[in-house]
Design a protein around this ligand. Structure first.
Ligand SMILES: C[S@@+](CC[C@H](N)C(=O)[O-])C[C@H]1O[C@@H](n2cnc3c(N)ncnc32)[C@H](O)[C@@H]1O
Length: 366
């Protein structure tokens, strides 16, 4: 949520057509090449679904009937495996687990009928085909999940802190900030380094995914490995120059950032330091700060209001001419920064509603 516009832009940049912004989703059309590219290159998508069958059903009997009318062996062999994710907001089915179960039964029943009692197995982790069944009212949409595993799992994270942000959230924050390398990027409370690592991958024009990561479409019947190899060999332009600083007051987090950055192949592009933000000397450099400070009891923050007030004071005193983008789920605490918000974007940090605020520390404005 909150990234629909930038995701639409990412899709347009890859060559997607008929782009439409939906609720927490973006729809588009394109060919197989774009599907592979979208999985490999999009930074703010969680999964990419390919709708294959839509129908209306007003009852479970009608659902069963319609399911039997589609040829499921077009996507899957009888000795293959499948998994089904379901979502429903309807009276026809009111439990998504039951809808998933019923969908699986119908697909397998059709295989049994056609293939002399043989049917695919269920494999929840790495199926040959993961189907997604979406039901709203009486409208069913069945899609193939071309990603299989959520795209936020880039594969580089070897260590985490207590509250790491999701990689997709970190990448989206960097893109929303509009950072293009003109000023050094700084995350002064970097935890396991997600923001700095995603920023480096963006600046280098690299895929956010680790080499060798697998995607759902790779086990489809129509997988084109030649096309895939062409896509992963393609180079994208990097920023002409950029600098990234990451620091944290905990040594363990500094090590985690270093290890994760190495694992992502961007270790040499991030300057990592152990530093308490309140003691960090900024050497009068103008920077673009993107960070998510701790904001609740989980992170042993006993007095969030006081902590945020001190962050605000530090920004005013040491970062004139810089800008700061701060993600926080603690609305009361963020007010204590005592800075004028120049942009506010509503995002989700996992299940927590959060606000992403932009502050500009102009000389004379503080
Ligand atoms: C919410 S976590 C950041 C998570 C990070 N974005 C990630 O992806 O892992 C907040 C971090 O702020 C650090 N921190 C808290 N107080 C600090 C201070 N005074 N100076 C620097 N870092 C601090 C904590 O050690 C913690 O790693």
């Amino acid at each position: 949520m909150g990234f629909e516009q930038i995701l639409a832009q990412e899709i347009e940049d890859l060559g997607g057509r008929d782009i439409e912004i939906l609720r927490r989703a973006v729809s588009f059309t394109g060919n197989k090449e774009l599907l592979y590219k979208a999985n490999y290159r999009l930074r703010t998508a969680i999964r990419i679904l390919v709708p294959i069958y839509t129908f209306k059903a007003r009852s479970q009997e009608e659902f069963d009937e319609k399911m039997m009318m589609h040829n499921w062996d077009h996507y899957l062999n009888f000795d293959g495996s499948l998994a089904i994710d379901a979502y429903c907001d309807s009276e026809v089915f009111n439990h998504s687990k039951y809808l998933a179960q019923r969908s699986k039964d119908m697909i397998c029943d059709q295989f049994r009928e056609k293939f002399n009692d043989k049917r695919p197995n269920v494999n929840l982790l790495s199926p040959d085909v993961r189907f997604n069944v979406h039901l709203k009212g009486t409208d069913f949409t069945i899609s193939l999940d071309s990603s299989n595993e959520s795209l936020h799992k880039r594969g580089y994270r070897v260590k985490t802190g207590e509250a790491p942000i999701n990689e997709v959230l970190a990448a989206g924050m960097v893109i929303l900030s509009g950072w293009r390398g003109e000023k050094p990027l700084l995350d002064p409370m970097c935890g396991s380094g997600t923001i700095a690592i995603e920023a480096a991958l963006i600046a280098l024009g690299r895929s956010p995914h680790e080499e060798g990561r697998s995607f759902g479409f790779m086990s489809w019947k129509n997988f084109d490995s030649e096309l895939w190899n062409k896509i992963i060999a393609e180079e994208y332009p990097a920023f002409p120059s950029f600098k990234i600083y990451a620091s944290d007051s905990h040594m363990q987090m500094v090590r985690a950032t270093e290890d994760n950055a190495m694992s992502a192949g961007v270790g040499e592009y991030i300057e990592v330091q152990r530093k308490d933000f309140f003691r960090r000397d900024n050497k009068d450099e103008q920077v673009c700060i993107i960070t998510n400070p701790p904001y609740d009891e989980r992170l042993e923050l006993l007095n969030p209001e006081k902590f945020y007030k001190e962050i605000g004071n530090r920004l005013k005193r040491k970062y004139t001419g810089s800008e700061a983008w701060i993600l926080s789920g603690n609305i009361d605490a963020i007010k204590r920064l005592g800075l004028k918000t120049s942009r506010r974007i509503h995002l989700m940090n996992g299940p927590i509603e959060a606000k992403f605020h932009k502050f500009e520390m102009y000389e004379g404005s503080l």
